[in-house]
Design a protein around this ligand. Structure first.
Ligand code: GDP
Length: 300
């Protein structure tokens, strides 16, 4: 827990300090206070629509409960933020199956390779069998880097040459899993938005093979987003959602940013839950996303 709280320190400084300032300035609950709070949320990267909705809910809650002291609003706000993260799609990873499949997509530089290494390491430490499919055959360097992570985590990696058909790599990986009690098959993909139609087709092709060969297991399509890019990451979530059935997000680099507020915007506007967070460059700098922990971590 401390690791998460520590990693959220910049986001906490951004959101909490702004809210505290407003609450201290306006002692009584009135419309001006709500407007200032809304402004504070927008500047803390929660997005305009989401901030409006949060303040609408807060206004209703304050009226219903006859809250007149501004300090009492913070508890209400915390509850609304938690509700937003818990409504709609679940933030839990479906990793039931032998194997369950996690496909990972995202643009270059967001931390895709590192994240796959961390996920492999996380499940390995839980005693699970993990296989990585190096189906991002676009960059040779990415395959090599992934091999380093696989070796470090002590998991098997299935690869082919640069430029190979990603679907063929996935097919090989499925065969490597069969009859072996593999818990998680992690598929790196060249899931970039260089061409939305290509991306859709490539992912669909891989998905078809997975559905045919492994019909029973959980399937996750995880989009990796870099939290330091703020509204840019929100835009990426929107665009990728149009191209693929994303089931969740791994939000990286939360440790170095004040822009963690995008978690709310992405959840509220696109109903895509953050499922994992990256908290540093090391193999253990990963955590399952917990809405209560996250909100508590940024509000005090
Ligand atoms: P890829 O191009 O998407 O595969 O990105 P990489 O996995 O190569 O990561 C790009 C850079 O981001 C590397 O320097 C990583 O160490 C760094 N990185 C990845 N995840 C995190 C994170 O959660 N926190 C921090 N601080 N750095 C990260």
């Amino acid at each position: 827990f401390n690791k998460i709280k520590e990693s959220l320190s910049k986001t906490r400084d951004s959101i909490n300090d702004k809210l505290e300032t407003v609450i201290k300035t306006f002692r009584t609950v009135d419309e001006e206070l709500f407007e200032e709070l809304e402004e504070a949320l927008i500047t803390a990267d929660l997005g305009v629509n989401t901030s409006l909705e949060i303040i609408d809910r807060l206004r209703s809650a304050a009226a219903e409960k006859h809250i007149t002291d501004s300090k009492a609003l913070k508890g209400e706000l915390a509850q609304i933020l938690k509700d937003i993260l818990k409504e709609g799609s679940s933030n839990e990873l479906n990793v039931f199956g032998l194997p369950a499949v996690i496909m990972v997509i995202g643009v270059n530089g967001v931390g895709k390779t590192t994240s796959i290494g961390k996920i492999a390491n996380m499940y390995r430490k839980q005693g699970k069998e993990v296989v990585i499919a190096a189906a991002d055959t676009f960059r040779a360097a990415a395959i090599e880097q992934l091999e380093v992570w696989a070796e470090r985590a002590g998991v098997r990696i299935i690869k082919q040459q640069e430029g190979a058909d990603p679907a063929a790599v996935v097919y090989d990986a499925i065969n490597a899993c069969k009859g072996k009690y593999v818990d998680v098959l992690l598929c790196d993909t060249a899931g970039r938005l260089h061409n939305k139609k290509n991306l859709m087709e490539e992912l669909k092709k891989i998905h078809r093979i997975l559905e045919r060969e492994l019909p029973m297991g959980g399937k996750e399509i995880l989009l990796v987003l870099d939290a330091t890019t703020g509204q840019n990451a929100v835009q990426q979530a929107k665009e990728f959602k149009e191209a693929a059935d994303i089931t969740g997000i791994m939000l990286t680099k939360l440790d170095g940013t004040a822009k963690g507020g995008i978690v709310f915007a992405i959840k509220n506007e696109f109903d895509i839950p953050v499922k994992l967070v990256g908290l540093g460059e090391g193999a253990d700098d990963i955590a399952l996303f917990d809405p209560d922990e996250f909100v508590n971590g940024i509000l005090d």
